[in-house]
Design a protein. Structure first.
Length: 278
């Protein structure tokens, strides 16, 4: 175990399924490998929504999305296992391996590294007035920190598929942003990176040059209230603010990365994407 890995708080990197399929994966993998070589521990959490939807359609299933959230019956859960713990996790680990990192693919049932319980039925925005039962969708109640610490201390990069499990071995589908937030909180992360298909928080979604380098919680809430931030970026900011309030020091929203961008943003917050702070 290096002195750096003993002393440095880790970086948690959340990667969406669209990023794993996209043209920037090689640059991201190279930067993760470089950070790990320098002694910066990195934990990766990934989703796989686009891949899951594509497989459901191939199998003749119709994805059931309510309020932007996937209802997960048994057939859908099987698809999530195949895509998240299967193809997406393997493809991501393979890219990291090719870049010189030492990835270890994990999912919620890997020694219950992501402990979860079934999410109770609840009313959700966009889902109508009645509570919605999302099926095998879970809420994170803890992470097996000692396993992650063991891997990080030995220089490995844990790669977590966003599946949880309870003590009886029941597996649950979980939103990857939620898992990443909880991982960052549990590990006392120095930074949480949300890698998306947009370069940052933008004042004008059609103009990449309108990037907002830094946002405090108060400034972010004002941007939402004034309509500067819209659509899918709103829940991303709201969950990020909750993570910061729970102890995560900074959340970086980045995307469309070239080689070196991830490391630069880690060392110079706000230089590439948008950094959110308290």
């Amino acid at each position: 175990m290096t002195a750096a890995s003993k002393s440095q708080a880790p970086i948690v990197l959340k990667v969406g399924g669209e990023v794993v399929n996209g043209p920037y994966l090689g640059a991201i993998a190279a930067d993760v490998a470089a950070l790990a070589r320098e002694g910066t521990p990195v934990v990766i959490v990934h989703g796989g929504g686009p891949q899951a939807t594509a497989l459901q359609k191939q199998l003749g299933q119709t994805p059931n999305i309510v309020g932007g959230r996937r209802v997960t019956d048994q057939a859908t859960l099987d698809v999530m296992k195949m895509t998240l713990a299967g193809k997406v996790n393997v493809d991501l680990c393979a890219a990291l391996l090719a870049a010189g990192a030492k990835p270890v693919g994990l999912h919620g049932a890997s020694s219950a590294v992501i402990r979860a319980v079934k999410r109770p039925a609840r009313v959700v925005s966009g889902g109508g007035p009645d509570p919605v039962d999302f099926g095998f969708v879970g809420d994170v109640i803890g992470l097996r920190k000692e396993l992650l610490d063991l891997l990080l201390g030995a220089g490995y990069v844990p790669v977590l598929a966003c599946l949880g499990a309870d003590e009886q071995g029941q597996v649950f589908n979980i939103n990857a942003d939620t898992v990443a937030n909880q991982a960052a909180i549990a590990l006392g992360a120095r930074s949480l990176f949300l890698v998306t298909d947009v370069p940052a928080v933008l004042r004008d979604v059609n103009d990449p040059s309108s990037r907002i380098p830094r946002l405090s919680i108060a400034e972010g809430e004002r941007a939402i209230a004034e309509g500067v931030v819209t659509k899918g970026m709103i829940p991303k900011l709201e969950e990020s603010f909750a993570a910061i309030s729970a102890g995560v020091r900074a959340v970086h929203i980045v995307g469309r990365l070239a080689s070196g961008d991830l490391a630069r943003e880690a060392n110079e917050p706000g230089s590439i994407g948008t950094v959110l702070t308290s």
